[in-house]
Write a protein that binds this ligand. Structure first.
Ligand SMILES: *Cc1c(COP(=O)(O)O)cnc(C)c1O
Length: 422
């Protein structure tokens, strides 16, 4: 039994049965899963959720599956880190990092959306799943397909980081490299879904896929002790996660599980791909697509499918947006690692760098709780750190050589003796 009612077009409101579908046939707006919230009242409670598994499936009642989960048994329920050392450095009172660099099995937020989409693909009777990906989605789809025993076809731009490609290929999917950027890959995948009858998780299973992203927001609220952070800073690529964290907060408010503190949502992008940040800062409702050029490849989507809704939710919530340069992204990766022991990829660096800029701009006040969404792991993108560290010359395994090295370090640290200036 589930609380799912139908699929509904976000603009014209036309309703459809639960079926593979991307958009409404009438007005081409995205379709979204509808639930019977009245029936949930008194049944979906803090207690019922707390009694669930330590995975994203503890929120199963708020997800669009009918039977038992088919994968993602260990996905989600990642750490919410109270980042006191980083907070002190930034001069803010209360700062949290929601850390999906620790997600399972593929170390990014994508394990959430894929857990739901692959379970749904099996419910619909598909035997092949696929995706259009900037890297992390391919990795996650390949892993979950292996867990569930499905075939997979993952389509990616040709120039992704090697760590993502190797990790993805280890699971045995059919990897297809496309000569083009993500938007070219996505366009092709829409045709593939129709022609081959496969479950392309972010195309014809998109309404189910996107619902999985709500679990990121549910976890933030539950892990803060059933409260919402006043300010949430979220990376924006295709525009799935920001509106879905917002929806998660609103669902918890509607069910009476948290108090409505009017949470504000903030978008984070790289300077080299910032259509949403540009539109928000210009006060525009529509964005202009871009050709991406940034080290933050996992969020390099120049024509975001749900960008319109990202702008809407940022505005409606009283939030804002900004973007960060590649050097700012790298500095933020190092700052997060040095203060909190979290090694994130450029997408996470982007989010922290943008949070810092929004705090400095005065858009996010220093005395209210802030949550920064870290969505991916740095071990997959080590080439982003090329040239960051000095060469380390090996020394012989002798204590004398170690002593000499320590002494040389000390000398290098000491201020130059006055005599040398004479
Ligand atoms: C996919 C992704 C995002 C956000 O993508 P949306 O399409 O906006 O949901 C953020 N960070 C990482 C690391 C990602 O892989």
């Amino acid at each position: 039994m589930s609380y799912v009612k139908s699929l509904k077009a976000k603009e014209c409101g036309a309703e459809y049965p639960i079926e593979p579908r991307t958009i409404c046939d009438l007005d081409f707006s995205p379709v979204e899963v509808q639930y019977d919230y009245d029936a949930m009242k008194g049944k979906v409670t803090r207690q019922s959720i707390e009694a669930g598994p330590q995975s994203l499936w503890r929120y199963k009642d708020l997800l669009p599956i009918e039977g038992e989960p088919k994968t993602g048994f260990h996905s989600g329920w990642t750490p919410l880190v109270k980042a006191d050392r980083l907070a002190k450095k930034l001069g803010v009172d209360e700062l949290y990092i929601k850390d999906d660099s620790a997600n399972y099995p593929s170390y990014s937020y994508k394990d959430r959306v894929v857990s739901v989409a692959v379970t749904k693909a099996i419910e619909f009777g598909f035997d092949t799943v696929g995706c259009a990906s900037t890297g992390n989605l391919a990795h996650s789809v390949a892993a979950h397909a292996a867990i569930a025993g499905l075939d997979s076809f993952v389509m990616v731009p040709h120039d992704l980081e090697e760590g993502k490609i190797v990790a993805t290929r280890s699971f045995g999917p059919q990897l297809v490299k496309i000569k083009g950027n993500y938007d070219d890959v996505n366009r092709l995948c829409a045709q593939i879904a129709d022609k081959y009858g496969w479950a392309i998780v972010n195309v014809n299973l998109r309404p189910f896929y996107t619902e999985g992203a709500k679990t990121y927001g549910f976890e933030i609220a539950e892990q803060m002790g059933w409260q919402l952070p006043k300010h949430t800073v979220v990376p924006v690529a295709g525009g799935t996660i920001l509106p879905k964290i917002w929806k998660a907060y609103q669902e918890f408010i509607q069910l009476g599980l948290v108090e409505d503190n009017k949470p504000a949502m903030y978008g984070a992008q790289a300077d080299g791909c910032n259509p949403i940040s540009k539109a928000v800062r210009a006060g525009e409702e529509l964005f202009h697509p871009q050709k991406p050029d940034t080290i933050a490849k996992s969020i390099a989507i120049g024509n975001p499918a749900d960008g319109y809704y990202v702008i809407q939710h940022i505005k409606e919530s009283g939030g804002y947006a900004t973007s960060a340069s590649d050097p700012e992204i790298i500095s933020a990766i190092r700052l997060l690692a040095e203060t909190e022991g979290i090694f994130t990829e450029p997408a996470g660096g982007t989010t922290l760098a943008c949070a810092i800029k929004l705090i400095e701009e005065g858009k996010i006040p220093r005395d209210e709780p802030i949550c920064v969404c870290v969505t991916g792991n740095g071990l997959k993108t080590i080439e982003a750190m090329d040239g960051q560290f000095e060469h380390v010359e090996p020394i012989p395994a002798k204590i004398g050589d170690f002593d000499a090295m320590v002494n040389a370090m000390k000398e290098a640290d000491e201020p130059a003796p006055a005599a040398t200036n004479a």
